[in-house]
Design a protein around this ligand. Sequence first.
Ligand code: FAD
Length: 406
Amino acid sequence: MTGTAIVVGGGIGGLATAVALHRIGWQAVVLERAAELREIGAGMSQAPNAMRALAELGVGEQAGAAGVPTYSAGNLRLPDGRYLQRARPGDPTPLLAFHRADLHRVLLEAVPAGWVRAGAEVTGIQHDSGAVTVTWSGGEASADLVIGADGIRSTVRRLLWPDAPPPRFLGRTAWLGIADTEADTEAGTGAFADADGLSGSITMGVGGYFLIHPISRGRAYWAYVTTSDQPGVRNEDEKSEAARRLTGWHEPIPALIAATPAQAVIHIDICDLDPLPTYVRGRVALLGDAAHAMSPDRGQGAGQSIEDAVVLAAALADEPADEPAGESTVEAALRRYDTERRPRTQATARGARADGRRTTSAAAHRALVSMIRLMPAPLWRKGITADGNATWRWQPPHLPSPTTRL
Ligand code: FAD
């Protein structure tokens, strides 16, 4: 079956969906509210499950080239610098770290020219008898299928899932930044002399942790996630606030904050979504954070949205090729998407929420640190191989290219 689709949102999930639809021979338009299509934010990692999904979209090589191997799961430290687990030099790592904009660009380059419309904020959706009609600032169009990939505060979800609860604040807040480590090393300050510290690590303090990923072009992404009583508390100088809270933590943490431009330090609150009873209403499907925004503790939110895109396209492609994209065929494909994606994404979100909770109190921190310290290093290393982790083992369905389906 081929047909037409409107994708609401041009983030990683929306663009992955557009690429997936293109691969199975559908026509689509991506409506993005922002005046310019770009990924804001700092960095992220992608695990083997997401990298396999990207390969199925035909951008595996480009994504692989944009990422940098990170040892964040192998180097676990305490704020005084001691290691709880330590990656061995030369060990392979299955995690790649990215500047968000780099991964976004890889996907955008694979979307056919003319498919993306920026400055188009979707405000209405209506199911008609033969199609779905979407209204946006400046236009209206109908298609066989609409995908709401418009993020945690999704308009599509608000319009069609009016009973869904709003995002849940998880009692945690985060500072994020990108430090220019190369410029600093070249300047000879010596702040990053311990290159090991930049290969990727997580430092676990009481009530919070500090994550480092190396990313392309001599930069490092960092994130400090900690507890907070209420959302929305902001500081005049977020960089100084992050530095103050991390006083006394081991290098290169203070050096990374110092090497980050003040205006580039981002402060956000951590929220997720309670599980939805369905991701599908008629010919409309939710995808990515709009369907299952999750706490960042498993580094899976964007990866799950890429998986969603591949599974959705595979379900559409499975419908008979000579059938028009009618109500029953589109709805049948969406039901399969829903049945396949809800259990996995909601289990991942539940796990991420629970992992986050484990970092918040002194007692939870003590228990977690003891568990990691007591785990034999070979066992720990096995858990962070491509096969060692149940979430990472996921295999994408095969997307038939339009030519193979003819
Ligand atoms: P978004 O990125 O939110 O994109 C939604 C898009 O829709 C936006 O461009 C928005 O402008 C647009 N939009 C919104 N409303 C409308 C409208 N009405 N009309 C038109 N357009 C609209 N994930 C990982 O995989 N690995 C990680 O390491 C990782 N780390 C994270 C760290 C932190 C601190 C956080 C907060 C998240 C992290 N995530 C990570 C999760 C990841 O950021 C998200 O899951 C992912 O970006 C979701 O992509 P999306 O396309 O679904 O939504």
